[in-house]
Design a protein around this ligand. Structure first.
Ligand SMILES: [Zn+2]
Length: 458
């Protein structure tokens, strides 16, 4: 009896070891199989280190942006389209890690956990993106050689229609690639829309206004004094104008720094942080699973004057363009943002749809009532300062920013949306060292919006 139980014990122990080993293998397999199959040494999908084992990457209108012909990756024949869609599509070498050809190469090659790359022997998968390459080309041209980024989405459906990052390089040009690799094109392998952060400048006044509307009963009647600047604890926050006693609506429209810096100090660090976070600062964002750089708002150790600067988008505030675009859709949609997405569909070689993108709601940023009030402020800013006529045929609500960068020409920014059921576009524009937001960034926004409008009229 005793010997029997000893044998049973040994058998049990052996079985346990076997199960442990099997579990270990399965865990390893599930978590690593993708990268094993996608390894650059896999000649099934790579040729001389270049990704060739994938189907077509198409824009929303079916235009082929990248395809494989005779074991070579071939990109769109139009140079501007290649340059403007580079960061969305990605290159064949994998330098742009956030590009579809790298981030979604498993989807393009038809890889899955059960059959591995077997299904790809009958043909690869095609990935259709939500972007419109004509709008991207317009954005690239509008940026006119400046570094920066443009993001534009349909705030009802969440489809990202335009995602452009500059500088770019031509994947068909060996000399361009050499310049890129030699570091001549600063940050060219980075998609600024996803992986950059910028000082928000005055665009942040949206957040400070939102906090005031929800926390001060007298938000619309309280005034602060602007004498070309506002005094906080014996120090001064400079303003670009001399606005005298000024209240919320006027201060937002003329972007008075004195008003909003003093307002931020009165709201306090805790409330300012709470509202910055409602607007998406310090929160994680992703585009179809591709992580974006996290924006930041941190006034924990700020002195009063620094809290004032933080309230007008300076100090150490940093916005991420994807986060900003998402939050703008929140204002356009009565407080609840929609998450922009890039993958419209994945189809196998028989035309069967394996995956299709759809609208997903994000965290509410404010009440419907507050969203309407903030929208009214953005409407007023365009009417009074940027002019509705700057955007022919479109009713644009927005806020510009001119973000100071140490010793350089400031970055020009513009965020907003079209109040129009036929053209439900939300946008974010950053022009690095572009000077005042009410000039270059505004013009870039208009050119991109006009291209989007044209595309929707077809
Ligand atoms: Zn002022």
């Amino acid at each position: 009896m005793k010997r029997l139980s000893l044998r049973a014990g040994v058998m049990l122990a052996l079985a346990a070891i076997f199960m442990l080993g099997l579990t270990f293998f399965l865990v390893l397999y599930v978590s690593n199989a993708n990268s094993w199959a996608m390894h650059a040494g896999n000649t099934h999908i790579y040729t001389n280190g270049e990704f060739t084992g994938g189907g077509d990457v198409l824009d929303r209108n079916g235009k082929v942006l990248a395809t494989t012909k005779k074991n070579k990756r071939v990109f769109n024949s139009d140079t501007t389209i290649r340059l403007s869609t580079l960061h969305a599509v990605g290159d064949a070498n994998g330098f742009i890690s956030t590009g579809v050809q790298t981030a979604f190469r498993d989807k393009l090659s038809g890889y899955n956990l059960i059959t591995g790359l077997f299904s790809s022997t009958s043909g690869f998968n095609d990935v259709t993106l939500t972007i419109d390459s004509n709008i991207c080309a317009a954005a690239y041209q509008a940026l006119g050689g400046y570094k920066g980024t443009v993001g534009l989405c349909n705030y009802k459906t969440g489809e990202l229609l335009c995602m452009v990052s500059t500088p770019s390089y031509d994947v068909n040009s060996k000399s361009d690639l050499k310049r890129a690799k030699d570091g001549e094109l600063e940050g060219v392998f980075m998609n600024r829309f996803l992986s950059a952060t910028y000082a928000p400048g005055s665009t942040f006044k949206i957040v400070t206004a939102m906090a005031a509307i929800e926390n001060f009963d007298d938000a619309y009647t309280r005034t602060y004094n602007c004498k070309g600047g506002g005094e906080i604890g014996g120090e001064t926050v400079k303003c670009t104008g001399y606005h005298g006693d000024i209240s919320l609506e006027q201060a937002f429209a003329v972007s008075c720094n004195s008003y909003f810096s003093q307002l931020a100090v009165d709201l306090g660090a805790k409330t300012m942080t709470e509202y910055a976070e409602k607007f998406g600062f310090n929160k994680k964002y992703d585009l179809d699973g591709i992580s974006a750089k996290t924006s930041s708002f941190n006034v924990d150790k700020a002195r009063k004057i620094e809290l004032g600067w933080a309230g007008i988008g300076q100090y150490n505030d940093m916005q991420n363009p994807l986060q900003y675009l998402t939050s703008v859709t929140g204002i356009a949609n009565g407080g609840t943002p929609i998450k922009p997405y890039l993958i419209k569909s994945v189809k196998n070689s028989w035309g069967f749809t394996l995956k299709s993108g759809s609208a997903k709601k994000g965290r509410r940023i404010c009440s419907g009532d507050t969203a309407e009030k903030v929208a009214k402020l953005m409407d007023g800013a365009v009417r009074i300062t940027y002019y509705k006529s700057s955007f022919p045929g479109l009713d644009v609500y927005g806020k510009t920013g001119t973000a100071e960068v140490d010793g350089k020409t400031p970055h020009a920014e513009f965020i907003g949306y079209c109040k129009d059921d036929d053209y439900p576009f939300a946008f974010v524009v950053v022009v690095e060292e572009g000077g005042s937001g009410n000039y270059l960034a505004k013009n870039v926004a208009n050119q991109v919006l006009q291209a989007a409008k044209q595309s929707y009229q077809k």
